[in-house]
Design a protein around this ligand. Structure first.
Ligand code: G16
Length: 564
């Protein structure tokens, strides 16, 4: 065996112009990473170069992914580059797999300077699917825009990267591996960890596992169905729900992580989580949930598939927050939602006199508030909910939060929701996605809309559909001033707010790997008429949204690709 120190080499490269991270990291088609020379290396080097050398040298970093196609190949490269860039220790998930919430947990546990998550989240995987890279910083949350901008700037001028080509890591064995590198005093260490255990341990300190076990597997237990959608969360579901909380084996489906998610779209909504929706229909299960590819998103269903909109989900958790032991200990510092998320949470905040923050779309905006001790619970309409135990959204946490509420209240999901609406009124909410729209048409539509909305006459304008009349009260392009560091983030979506509080929001997605997706969000509050069908209730607002934007004419579409 050759015990000579491993060689570190510097490889010349040429920059790419399109490595700007979006709402959540860099997302591209797998073939882009595979076919463009050094595309992966360039971006990874840009991440390392963005970290001050003094912080990077000898530091600990965490690496893991959702197990999608190209995950393993990318990790092998990242290990070789981390060693060559002076990182002292890499903590990697067993087989290179770790859920996004678990990575956040592990970064915090090991006091790492950050982590690299290999995921395109809810986007399809496989050789024809998407791949993505997210950089988390030391707080365990996605890097702020100042950092991602720096990474992007470096990627535009990069000329070389460092690599340790002879370094081969064994991802299959839990434990420590050491490598001697030339010019390095201490060995480079790789620790392959069982992230399920670290993460489960965190949850044990947040929830009352004994009470949950009784609720899920004791006498008169409820029946639940959890769909991991062949994403990363399967082993976590098995370990926590089946092994520890005693749920029967049929409580967990699609729990084997697959490189292509079984050919499905690992997005937990009524359209893509078909297995769950089908199995809930006949009333066999009292509670259902699905997760996305990397485990940060969740969808909650009640008996017969009763759908809980994510905007309502975070509001219900807020209203019942002391059913969760963690918050009994820490107290509640504040609530936050992304701007397009319905204002249901605002009503709970107002009633409980707890501060409410409205942030731009994307998890990264919650982290600063949490670090400053201002925020305890956050949510996005895009099926993301989380607490300040980590700095990512957390699908399994949301499910345990819901189960804690049901266990304490001894009510069905539907009854909890109905009582919530009776108390606070109901925000009807929906999102229309127009996928694969031509980029130029989408951008022109947004520009023209903004010009129209900026006209003084637009405010106070009235729109009538049937017997509904909406009067514009405010129209703007959402801008956010971070209350902690004052950073201003502009162009976060066009908002039309009507005098009754109803809202129409237009946004372009920032997570597409190619093409454009136009999102229209509709949010309307009703105090009395609270048990109606969402789409029926929002039909007048939808008509107005399409009329104002001329979206169908401009993009040659007759309807949305997906409605959630
Ligand atoms: C979408 C959602 C956002 C979410 C983002 C990242 O962004 O609309 O609410 O924060 O995905 O989600 P994840 O962390 O699950 O990848 P966009 O820009 O496409 O609307």
């Amino acid at each position: 065996m050759d015990n000579s120190p491993l060689q570190v080499v510097t490889v010349p490269t040429a920059p790419y112009p399109d490595q700007r991270p979006g709402t959540s990291g860099l997302r591209k088609k797998v073939y882009v990473f595979q076919s463009r020379r050094n595309y992966l290396h360039n971006f990874i080097q840009s991440i390392f170069s963005s970290i001050d050398l003094r912080d990077r040298q000898g530091s600990t970093m965490v690496v893991g992914g959702d197990g999608r196609f190209f995950n393993q190949a990318a990790i092998e490269v990242i290990v070789q580059m981390a060693a060559a860039n002076g990182v002292g220790r890499l903590v990697i998930g067993h087989h290179g797999i770790m859920s996004t919430p678990a990575i956040s947990c592990v970064i915090r546990k090991y006091k790492a300077i950050g982590g690299i998550i290999l995921t395109a989240s809810h986007n399809p995987g496989g050789p024809d699917g998407d791949f993505g890279i997210v950089f988390d910083t030391a707080n365990g949350g996605p890097a702020k825009e100042a950092v991602t901008n720096k990474i992007f700037q470096i990627s535009r001028t990069i000329e070389k990267f460092a690599l340790c080509p002879g370094l081969r890591v064994d991802l299959t064995t839990v434990g420590r591996q050491m490598f001697d590198l030339e010019n390095k005093f201490k060995p480079f260490t790789v620790e392959i960890v069982d992230s399920v255990e670290s993460y489960a341990n965190l949850l044990r300190n947040i929830f009352d596992f004994a009470a949950l076990k009784e609720f899920l597997s004791g006498k008169n237990h409820i029946r639940i169905r959890l769909d991991a959608m062949h994403g990363v969360v399967g082993p976590y579901v098995k370990r926590i729900f089946c092994e520890e909380l005693g749920c029967p084996a049929n409580s967990a489906i699609n729990c084997v992580p697959l490189e292509d998610f079984g050919g499905q779209h690992p997005d937990p909504n009524l359209i893509h989580a078909v297995d769950l929706v089908d199995s809930m229909r006949d009333g066999q299960y009292d509670f259902g949930a699905a997760f996305d590819g990397d485990g940060d998103r969740n969808m909650i269903l009640g008996k017969h598939g009763f759908f809980v909109s994510p905007s309502d989900s975070v509001a219900v958790i807020a209203a019942n927050i002391f059913c969760i032991p963690y918050f009994q200990q820490t107290g509640v510092r504040g609530f936050a939602r992304s701007m397009p998320t319905s204002t249901a949470l605002d009503r709970v905040a107002k009633a409980t006199k707890i501060e409410l923050y409205e942030t731009p779309t994307g998890t990264k905006f919650f982290g600063n508030l949490m670090d400053a001790g201002l925020l305890s619970l956050c949510g996005e309409e895009s099926f993301g909910t989380g607490g300040d135990h980590i700095r990512e959204k957390d699908g399994l946490w949301a499910v345990l939060a819901w189960l804690s509420i049901l266990a304490a209240r001894r009510q069905s999901v539907e009854d909890v929701l109905r009582e919530h609406w009776l108390k606070y009124g109901r925000n009807y909410f929906t999102r229309f996605d127009y996928e694969d729209v031509e980029i130029d048409a989408a951008c022109e539509m947004m520009e023209d809309l903004e010009i129209m909305m900026a006209d003084k006459a637009f405010v106070k304008q009235r729109f009538a559909v049937g017997d509904k009349i909406y009067q514009v009260d405010k129209a703007d392009n959402f801008e956010y001033a971070d209350p902690v560091d004052g950073t201003i983030t502009r162009n976060q979506g066009l908002r039309i707010i009507f005098s009754d509080g109803s809202r129409i929001i237009y946004r372009l997605s920032g997570t597409r790997s190619e093409g454009a997706t136009v999102r229209i969000y509709l949010d309307s509050y009703e105090r009395e008429d609270i048990f109606q069908d969402t789409q029926v209730m929002l039909a007048p607002l939808a008509t107005i949204a399409l009329k104002i934007s001329q979206l169908h004419q401009r993009t040659d579409r007759s309807g949305p690709s997906v409605i959630t």
